[in-house]
Design a protein around this ligand. Structure first.
Ligand SMILES: [Zn+2]
Length: 72
C-alpha cells in the first residue's frame, strides 16, 4: 500500500484515521496559523495538522496542554 511506504511506522502513536476514506493520517508540520494560535493562548492550545495520503484530506486538531497534563 502506498501509505505504508510514504509514512514511517508510528506504532506508539495513536493512529488518526481519515474521515473520508479511512486511511491512516500522517502528522504534518504546523503552519503560521497554528503557531499564532499557540502564541495567542500562551502555549495552552496547540494545533496539530494531519494529512491523508489516500485522498489528501487535511485535518486540524486542537490539543489542550493543560488537559493532557492533568490526565497523566
Ligand atoms: Zn483519506
Amino acid at each position: 500500500m502506498l501509505t505504508a511506504i510514504l509514512s514511517p511506522r508510528k506504532t506508539l502513536k495513536k493512529a488518526i484515521l481519515c474521515p473520508k476514506c479511512g486511511n491512516e493520517m500522517d502528522e504534518m508540520q504546523s503552519n503560521k496559523q497554528d503557531l499564532a494560535l499557540k502564541r495567542a493562548t500562551f502555549g495552552i492550545f496547540n494545533a496539530v495538522r494531519f494529512l491523508c495520503y489516500g485522498c489528501f484530506w487535511e485535518e486540524r486538531k486542537i490539543r489542550n496542554k493543560v488537559e493532557r497534563r492533568n490526565g497523566m
